[in-house]
Design a protein around this ligand. Structure first.
Ligand SMILES: *Cc1c(COP(=O)(O)O)cnc(C)c1O
Length: 481
């Protein structure tokens, strides 16, 4: 009876092992889909208005098996052509991501073998591979060889790990939170404020250090504020600087901030999620001076290393500090303790079982070698500078000369229309047009359009197209007003 039941269940359960024929069919169909997409990626609209995802809603998960072709069609209509086309070189808004093809193959290989990268014991090779990448990142930013890191899902979680480590290393227990002080600028990425809340530091004093005309933290003001807080018997324990802000790409004075952090024994975190990769460009290196003095640095390989979404990195000098927050041993893990000289990812982040994300980073870097990465990053900087010159020829006002590959600009119309309204409309018209995608920011009540160049598919022809689209839409709007 029991054996019969088992056999009955087994018959159906075995359907979960794809047959060789199924695997071939599915592989071919997916490859065809990918080839077709990549062939057309820059011709597709850079933004698709929401189509309601009707297909998805009409075909929920059910008892019925569906065919790959049918499902790929659902994905194409409802996912791939809906919203921002983030793989396109025409994506010049926010911080564009990447989508290097070998990222997908790395994911495939990680998933096919279901490799376990959380613990050294489970897969020494996977852990070594990830740690090797992390040590390489540490070396890039000038951290000592004793430094370590963790590959996260993105910059937000990387910042969160840093902030929880800072909290625990500086002994900010719940009783002390209301006396503790954190310093940042209003230009930090909002995930920093979120991380502060998640870390239970919402009741800490958050000091927004004034910024200078370049949108960089004013280090002298920081020093004054920390001194005043000390005097008031508060506990300054954390300063967060940005190496490449999201709004304008500005770098805070990293070295000067390091002096202050050191003097007052504060944890020094640098968010280099956007800017960090540019250390690969020789001529940019000096901009990052002082980064090596941080306690922790966030990088985001799914930005400046052009990977597909899902890979960030947190690097830290003092591994023990991160252990304070994340190291834990459970009885059922007793077989997994190891005497290895490698750190396990599970001891350095909240994750236990995790995606083996190292492979999606390792494979593209190894397949292409570093040379094209350096060239692409340099190209992005040069393209931004080119745009900076050319947009002024179209009568635009510009923000400061770009440090990296993000800049801001706005048109002051001659037709009497309010400049903020005009530029907002302009961005909307460009989005609807779909040839390029731009985003905007507001600084001190002034609406600015942003250009963010970071897709590996963005080249000179893209920027020329962008300029042409802008010119065309400005003419239309000027006539309207
Ligand atoms: C993108 C970004 C983040 C957030 O990273 P995610 O990968 O989106 O989670 C944090 N800080 C800066 C400066 C960023 O550019």
């Amino acid at each position: 009876m029991l054996l019969n039941q088992i056999r009955e269940a087994e018959k159906i359960a075995r359907q979960l092992e794809a047959t060789p024929t199924q695997r071939t069919e599915w592989n071919v169909a997916v490859q065809h889909f990918a080839d077709d997409f990549i062939k057309n990626v820059d011709a597709l609209p850079s933004f698709g208005e929401d189509n309601g995802s009707i297909g998805l809603r009409n075909h929920p998960v059910s008892e019925e098996a569906k065919t790959m072709d049918f499902l790929l069609e659902l994905i194409k209509k409802n996912v791939y052509n809906n919203g921002i086309n983030c793989a396109s070189g025409n994506h010049l808004g926010y911080i564009p991501g990447g989508g290097l093809f070998p990222t997908a193959l790395g994911d495939y290989l990680a998933a096919v073998g279901n490799q376990y990268a959380g613990f050294f014991f489970a897969n020494p090779g996977a852990v070594r591979l990830e740690n090797q990448l992390l040590r390489w990142l540490c070396e890039l930013i000038g951290f000592p060889t004793s430094a370590a890191g963790n590959l996260t899902s993105g910059g937000s979680i990387a910042n969160l790990i840093a902030i929880t480590a800072a909290r625990d290393e500086k002994g900010i227990s719940s009783k002390k939170v209301t006396k503790s002080v954190i310093y940042l600028t209003d230009q930090v990425h909002h995930c920093v404020q979120k991380a502060i809340r998640i870390a239970g530091l919402g009741e800490a004093h958050i000091r927004y250090v004034p910024i200078d005309a370049h949108f960089r933290m004013d280090a002298d003001r920081l020093a004054q504020m920390v001194a005043a807080d000390k005097k008031a018997r508060l506990q300054p324990f954390l300063v967060v600087a940005s190496a490449g802000t999201t709004s304008t790409g500005a770098l805070d004075p990293l070295d000067k901030i390091a002096d202050i952090a050191e003097k007052y024994k504060m944890w020094y975190h640098i968010d280099a999620a956007y800017g960090g990769a540019f250390v690969l460009v020789e001529s940019m290196k000096s901009l990052f001076k002082g980064m090596e003095r941080a306690d922790s640095v966030t990088m985001d390989p799914h930005k400046g290393f052009f990977l597909s979404y899902g890979t960030g990195a947190i690097l830290f000098k003092n591994v023990q500090a991160v252990f304070k927050t994340h190291y834990y041993r459970a009885n059922y893990m007793q077989d997994a303790t190891d005497g290895s000289d490698e750190f396990s990812a599970a001891d350095l982040s909240p994750e236990l079982t995790k995606h083996f994300r190292g492979l999606r980073m390792w494979l593209p870097l190894q397949l292409f070698g570093l040379k094209p990465f350096r060239a692409a990053l340099e190209e992005k900087i040069l393209l931004c500078r080119y745009f900076y010159e050319e947009i002024q020829k179209l009568g635009f006002e510009v923000g400061l000369y770009p440090d990296l590959s993000v800049m801001i600009y706005r048109y002051v119309p001659q037709n009497g229309m309010d400049a903020n309204v005009f530029n907002e409309k302009l961005v909307e018209m460009i989005r609807i047009d779909g040839r390029v995608f731009l985003s905007s920011t507001t600084i001190d009540g002034v609406y600015w359009i942003r250009l963010a160049v970071l897709s590996f598919r963005t080249h000179l022809d893209t920027i020329d197209k962008c300029l042409a689209v802008i010119q065309e839409k400005v003419c239309e709007l000027e006539k309207e007003g």
